[in-house]
Design a protein around this ligand. Structure first.
Ligand SMILES: Cc1ncc(C[n+]2csc(CCOP(=O)(O)OP(=O)(O)O)c2C)c(N)n1
Ligand code: SF4
Ligand SMILES: [Mg+2]
Length: 367
């Protein structure tokens, strides 16, 4: 009986399920003992980056805590598609908060655990960009400022997707949404508005802040694991593609997230206590046009006439990120460990033996 020869091994890609790498290099997701935090039966669209990001993030958090984890979840696509009453796709204690107050609900859970003398159960909160950058911002800032022991994860698909694609403060300029139509002299989302929540989080001088995307899921897992090694408020901002809102093919979800990083539009970095301590370098730089073209939300930049001025403005945003975060490789080996610059000051961020993340500068410690 003829058998099919294996023609292609995807070694080195860190793809989910890759069991050909050395054991220590394998993803949590490829492990037989992964927890399947969000499992089958949910109703996310095909190619939903949020579903993928949440699966990897919470499986990593569950792995880091030995499964001793509670999640609070803001209103939004992630909550709606995962918990159509009376069903749930979540494989851990999970609570739906309001749209605005996932951070506060998580803070309350952490406070209750502390009051009960429970020092082992950990807490995560999660929400979309609308629930985090806009309506939930005050609750989140309070959580940071009080030093509550919660990891907050924002799944940024750059608009209010659950309610039909309205602009948020995370929607990039020129993107078409239902509330920023492609009309007028500057079509799409306005210029000069919006905010970077990762940088705002950093300014709170909390122990750990990171950005990540669904294009590098191994990096995402590592950042969640690192975040769980600290106590106190921590923040991870994950760029997740949304085929519906970005008007893009479901099979392009990972590629678009990668193009966002490789163009410089979405810088991937890590830091804490006010400083950026490590960045992921761009390996194959692309123009922003490569990223914009496959997305219908930017179709008005290319048709019926090409809007060179707008495309150049978007390129200038990418170039600014590249300069600001030093995203381009320095000449030399492409080794991943050597692509982190400026020299990581992780020693300053390392938790001490008690798991506290007291800064080397004697800054506030979190318990
Ligand atoms: C106070 C309040 N206002 C509005 C809504 C309606 N609403 C529910 S989800 C949502 C948008 C969520 O957007 P985002 O947080 O970005 O998550 P996504 O659906 O994009 O993942 C809105 C406006 C609500 N539930 N509560
Ligand atoms: S609308 Fe977007 S974020 Fe919501 S389930 Fe669909 S792909 Fe995911
Ligand atoms: Mg959103």
């Amino acid at each position: 009986m003829p058998y099919e020869r294996v023609k292609y091994y995807q070694t080195g890609s860190f793809a989910a399920g890759n069991r050909l790498l050395d054991r220590e290099q394998r993803t949590i997701q490829s492990g037989a003992r992964r927890s399947n935090a969000i499992t089958c039966g949910h109703r996310a669209c095909q190619g939903c980056g949020e579903a993928l990001g949440a699966r990897f993030a919470l499986d990593a958090a569950l792995s880091a805590t030995g499964g001793d984890l509670i999640a609070a979840n803001a209103t939004g696509c992630l909550e709606v598609f995962s918990t159509p009453y009376p069903e749930s796709s979540w494989q851990l204690p999970w609570i739906h908060s309001l749209f605005a107050n996932a951070a506060s609900v998580a803070s309350g859970i952490a406070a209750a655990l502390k009051a009960k003398g429970n020092t082992h159960t950990r807490v995560v909160a999660q929400g979309g960009d609308g629930g985090t950058v806009d309506i939930g911002f005050a609750c989140l800032s309070g959580m940071f400022e009080r030093g509550d022991d919660v990891l907050y994860i924002c799944y940024d698909n750059e608009a209010y997707m659950n309610t039909g694609v309205q602009r948020s403060a995370s929607t990039p300029p020129a993107a078409r949404t239902m509330t920023t139509q492609a009309v007028g002299p500057e079509p799409g989302a306005p210029w000069g508005q919006g905010k970077s929540l990762p940088l705002i989080a950093l300014a709170h001088e909390i122990p750990y802040v990171a950005t990540a995307t669904i294009a590098d899921l191994r990096d995402l897992e590592e950042k969640v694991q690192r975040a769980m090694s600290f106590h106190g408020p921590r923040y991870i901002h994950i760029l997740v593609t949304c085929p519906l809102g970005w008007v893009a093919a479901p099979e392009d979800s990972i590629r678009l997230a990668r193009l966002a990083t490789q163009s410089g539009l979405f810088p991937v970095f890590e830091g804490g206590r006010g400083d950026v301590t490590a960045v992921t370098k761009i390996r194959h730089q692309v123009s922003v046009e490569e990223y914009l073209r496959p997305q219908g939300r930017y179709a008005h930049l290319f048709s019926p006439v090409r809007r060179d001025e707008e495309i150049a403005r978007i390129q200038a945003r990418a170039d600014r990120n590249i300069e600001r975060f030093q995203l381009l490789e320095q000449p030399g080996p492409q080794d991943r460990a050597q692509t982190q610059a400026p020299a990581p000051t992780r020693t300053e961020l390392s938790p001490d033996a008690d798991g506290d993340a007291t800064g080397a500068d004697g800054g506030p410690g979190y318990e």
